[in-house]
Structures are given as structure tokens and as C-alpha cells.
Design a protein around this ligand. Sequence first.
Ligand SMILES: [Zn+2]
Length: 247
Amino acid sequence: VPELAEVETLRGQLEEEILGEEVLGVSVFDSKLRGSEVLFRGRVCAVKRHGKALVLTLEGGDVVIRLGMSGRLKLGAPERPPRLTLRFPGGEIHLIDRRRLSSIGPLGGLPKGVDPLLGDPPLVWDSSRPVKALLMDQDFLLGVGNIYASEALFVAAVDPFVPASRLSPEERLRIFGAVREVLLEAISLRGTTISDWRDLYGRPGLYQERLRVYGKEGRPCPRCGSPIRRRVLSGRGTWFCPSCQVQ
Ligand SMILES: [Zn+2]
């Protein structure tokens, strides 16, 4: 699933390739995206990101691209049939999406959370929900999904299952700092490729080689050597060290 680090990677690459360029044409090959072609009008004035969503500001207005579970954008020849193709003077950009869950629409309906790279830590953590579930709530923090929530809580040495309201102010700051640290490190490595993710040029990310706990059940904790454990939280796998991360 493209999270903040993957979408930010794409945003920076798109900015280099299409900022100031004019959309010459749009072809839609997926009935789910029919009608979105009319949104792409004029030149690209800005390439922005809102959490996990890409926002292209065109002369004709803003277009929000949500990549869903497996969506990505590819410059040049696509490896599989695209769902949509944008033509620019310098080449074509294709939306590839194996599971067809991506969507394209006008500005609106965006979540209200704080961007961990741009904003200050949220002030209100008053939730009885486990902290990991709160971190993944897009109306609390933007762009954090299962991978980066698991990794950040390990870096902060906080139990993913502890109710958020029980965290001390110091722990909250430590978690927010860890989220930012993990995301910046992942952006510098073009994100995490577990299955579908590739960057604009078709290259996998490299952060999967740095993962400390995500998907590491039974492997030794990089800090203390205890076997990493996996438990399900809100239907999602959650990996943690039972000695470093349990209060
Ligand atoms: Zn440990």
C-alpha cells in the first residue's frame, strides 16, 4: 500500500518530470475511472501531496489521485496494461493498478490529520484506541499506514496496543519524532517494496531492507535479540518486540 513515503517519492519525481508541462491528452482504459479525463486540463502548476493522496494542480483545477492498495504511476512503457494514460510533450505517464482500487477526482473529501513531515504533533491524543490504530487514523495523522506505524512504535519503544490516552506527553513526542524519522529514512530510500510498489521510473524502493519489525515474526529484535511477535490489531498484522515495547 503506498503510504506517505511512497507517495512523497512519486510527488518529487513527478515534480521534476511534469511541472510546467501541458497535458496533451488522456486515455482511460478502466470503466471505474471513466469521466476523470475531463479533470486534466492545461499545464501542471504544482505537484502536491495530501497524506497518501497526490494532488496535481493544473490550470483547469486540482485533481486528486488516490493510489488505493496497489496503484502506481509509471513514466514511459508500462509493464502491464495501464488503467489510464496521460500524455505530456516529454512522454506518457501510466496509472498501473493490479487491484483496481485507485481513484481520481476533484479536490474534496480529504482527511484532516496532521502531516507528520510538515505539521506539529497533534495536541489531543485522547483516545481509548490502541496507539497504533490512532497513528493510522488519517484524521489524526496523514499518510501513516501499517508499515510505518509498526516501525515508528518500535523506534519509540512503545507498545502498539497501549490506549493512546495513557501515553505521557514525553511518549507522545517520542512517537511523533519516530514517525518523522522513519518516514524521512524511507523517503531517502524511495519507500518500501513488499509487493506492488515501484517509483515513477519502475524501480522498487529499498526500505524493506531496513525494516526492523514489520513482517519479522520470530526474527531477533535488532535492539535486544528477543524474537519479534505478531498479533492482529483491527484486522491488521502488528509486529513488535515483546521486551523493548511492553511497558
Ligand atoms: Zn527488543
